[in-house]
Design a protein around this ligand. Structure first.
Ligand SMILES: Nc1nc2c(c(=O)[nH]1)N[C@H]1C(S)=C(S)[C@@H](COP(=O)(O)O)O[C@H]1N2
Ligand SMILES: [Mo]
Length: 213
């Protein structure tokens, strides 16, 4: 059952006693924010794939019904949009990214992950960000299945990075042996995206923070 107690561990996400990251303002409720339109969920066609540089060279595919058999946990965290708004106290329930990494180990040379969503949206991150204890493939929010506009049936949540690193409508996780920019990272947003360092825009990137030109 989703929500608190029961199975899995509970992880406190990015909330810090310091409050919000610099330059962020708290918003009431939970605004919907994304590029493009909300995809329709077609259960018969839906799957989640792990692709790219896996340790055994094989891809892995789960159908929608098969997700429930995977390990689950709960993460409570705020969601920081790089445009300056933060919605607070989200309780995410789903599959810890770490569990996925254990089920499908990356090849030794893997340094980054590309998270792919419907319509070609993608977000890249360091393997260490995907492997963080608060990174979760969420199916539920505050005890209910995700709504369509917030990413049903599955969204990645990386609470310690800006919201553009948390793709809604997740469909694949690609293991990368070198860094590559995702959707917003190609369009002027910071390649790392740490809100506590206010890494909003690509022009702020220091040496080594982006893929080689
Ligand atoms: N597939 C997809 N996921 C996405 C986006 C998007 O455009 N497409 N926008 C991101 C951005 S910029 C933010 S801030 C969050 C917002 O999540 P919310 O709509 O659940 O508040 O979704 C992220 N995930
Ligand atoms: Mo955002």
């Amino acid at each position: 059952m989703p929500s608190t107690g029961g199975e899995g561990t509970r992880v406190a996400g990015n909330r810090q006693s310091a409050g919000l990251p610099p330059g962020q303002r708290r918003v009431n409720g939970w605004p919907v924010s994304h590029y493009g339109s909300v995809p329709r969920f077609r259960p018969a066609r839906w799957n989640l794939r792990v692709i790219g540089a896996t340790a055994d060279g094989e891809e892995r595919i789960w159908l929608f019904d098969e997700l429930t058999a995977l390990p689950h946990s709960t993460v409570v965290a705020d969601l920081h949009c790089a445009t300056g708004t933060t919605s607070t106290d989200h309780e995410w329930y789903g599959i810890p990214a770490r569990a996925l990494l254990e089920l499908v180990p990356p090849a030794p040379g893997v340094t980054h992950v590309m998270a792919w969503a419907e319509y070609g949206y993608a977000a890249n991150m360091r393997l260490s960000d995907f492997d963080a204890p608060d990174t979760i493939l969420a199916t539920h929010h505050n005890g209910e299945p995700l709504t369509a506009e917030h990413g049903f049936p599955l969204r990645l949540v990386v609470p310690h990075l800006y919201g553009y690193k948390s793709p809604k409508w997740l469909r694949a996780v690609e293991y990368l042996t070198e860094d590559r920019r995702g959707f917003w990272e190609e369009r002027g947003y910071h390649n790392i995206g740490d809100p506590w360092r206010e890494q909003r825009y690509s022009h702020q990137e220091g040496p080594g923070e982006g893929p080689p030109q």
